[in-house]
Design a protein around this ligand. Structure first.
Ligand code: HGY
Ligand code: MN
Ligand code: MN
Length: 416
């Protein structure tokens, strides 16, 4: 006779319908989403998520960073909850599944337990972490970072977007500043389902990534100071060209990352010229270098080389150069017992799987500082993410959510 819950499956159609419904909120311009954190679109997505959680009988708590905690009670009031979730905020040209699959996959797991009235010893808490992306308010994983004690709440509240609006102001404006002290909650364990955002699982023909580690990251914000001058009448020898320095630094970052292969990446996604006028050489150029590696020495070595060579480039051109780390976490090793739960669940359910190191950062990286934590990944088409064309299959989503459910039950313990 099968143990309780042994053959439990989730309702893949219901999960997919919820993903498609959420995707209607904060639509992008090319089939994806623009539901950036603390915007009205984010607020609308939160409201929809809460309505579904109300239907599922979950009670809501919100902390002072705006993270949503939706609780399904367990049978043991003294047992610490198993937390499971991800994020609903997106990049400005984000996909429909980055983060969202983890939140709605967790909700689907709870819905499936409700369908069969399966009880667990530990409560299960579905989490929507605020501002995972860090696109509008750097750094990424800001709310989970405050939760884990990595950032102060004052620092977080003071982070500003490109329009000068602060996190604290915007959180209050959308009405999602909760009353719970951030980080006061204690976790028994944390699981996160997420799309891979890379090409490996699809290329290897595997449905499930058993995530053992996550690579570390530095976000280095450079401010280069040149001299504003006419692009037409200023002789080349007289120029103090911060734009030229930026271009040489970008080329250098590429060189440093390529020289550190394998398992190293480096690039720049965001840059501002000031005054950003076609016929004015920039007085100021601000951009963020994003470097990552699963190897601690390699990660820190790349940072040191980038900063050293950037200073040399700027000195040669006569441009001022300052750099501020605006995001960082060391490579993460996830909890071996939870990782084994994921592997066993994938095997039990007959899903192909392989070990994986996460290329992207996730809230699980900070959760791992305060509780046993791990992740489950599903493939995405062409490994594409942070692009509106991001795509997954219903089968991949269903397999991921099923493995998530069974791994969570291993930890939350079914009560007969
Ligand atoms: O930057 C990251 O890795 C994540 O998407 N926030
Ligand atoms: Mn994400
Ligand atoms: Mn993302």
């Amino acid at each position: 006779m099968a143990a309780p819950g042994e053959n439990l499956r989730i309702d893949g159609d219901r999960l997919w319908d919820s993903l498609m419904e959420m995707a209607k909120i904060g639509p992008g311009v090319a089939g994806g989403n623009n539901r950036q954190t603390l915007t009205d679109e984010d607020a609308a997505g939160r409201d929809l998520f809460k309505s579904w959680c109300d239907e599922a009988g979950l009670s809501m708590g919100v902390d002072q960073m705006g993270t949503m905690f939706m609780t399904r009670e367990g049978t043991d009031p003294d047992a610490l909850p198993v937390y499971v979730g991800s994020h609903l905020d997106t990049q400005p040209t984000g996909g429909k599944y980055d983060g969202v699959l983890g939140v709605l996959g967790a909700l689907e797991a709870v819905r499936s337990l409700n369908d069969l009235d399966i009880k667990t010893k530990h409560p299960i808490v579905v989490v929507n972490w605020a501002n995972e992306e860090g696109a509008r308010f750097a750094p990424a994983m800001l709310a989970s970072g405050v939760f884990a004690g990595v950032h102060s709440q004052d620092y977080a509240y003071g982070r500003k977007d490109l329009e000068g609006k602060s996190y604290g102001e915007e959180l209050a404006r959308i009405g999602w500043k909760g009353d719970e002290e951030t980080g006061a909650r204690k976790m028994h364990a944390y699981y996160e389902l997420h799309i891979e955002q890379g090409p490996i699982l699809e290329a290897e023909g595997k449905d499930i990534g058993v995530v053992t580690h996550c690579q570390g990251l530095w976000w280095l914000e450079f401010t280069l100071t040149g001299r504003e001058a006419h692009t037409g009448s200023t002789p080349m020898a007289m120029r103090v060209n911060a734009g030229l320095a930026m271009a040489r630094i970008l080329e250098m970052v590429q060189e440093v990352a390529m020289a550190a292969q394998p398992n190293a990446v480096g690039g720049v996604g965001q840059m501002q010229f000031s005054p950003n006028s076609r016929n004015v050489l920039p007085g100021t150029v601000v951009f963020t270098v994003d470097i990552r590696s699963p190897d601690q020495d390699k990660l820190d070595g790349m940072r040191a080389e980038v900063e050293k060579r950037a200073a040399e480039i700027c000195e040669e051109i006569g441009v001022g150069c300052s750099v501020e780390p605006v995001g960082h976490f060391d490579p993460v090793t996830f909890d071996p017992e939870l990782v084994e739960n994921v592997r066993k669940s994938a095997e039990k359910l007959g899903h192909s799987h392989m070990n994986l190191i996460s290329g992207a950062g996730h809230d699980a990286c900070w959760a791992a500082k305060v509780a046993p934590a791990t992740m489950i990944m599903c493939p995405c088409v062409g490994g594409l993410s942070h692009n509106e064309a991001e795509d997954i299959s219903k089968e991949w989503a269903t397999a991921g959510a099923e493995v998530l459910l069974h791994a969570v039950l291993e930890t939350a313990e079914i009560v007969e």
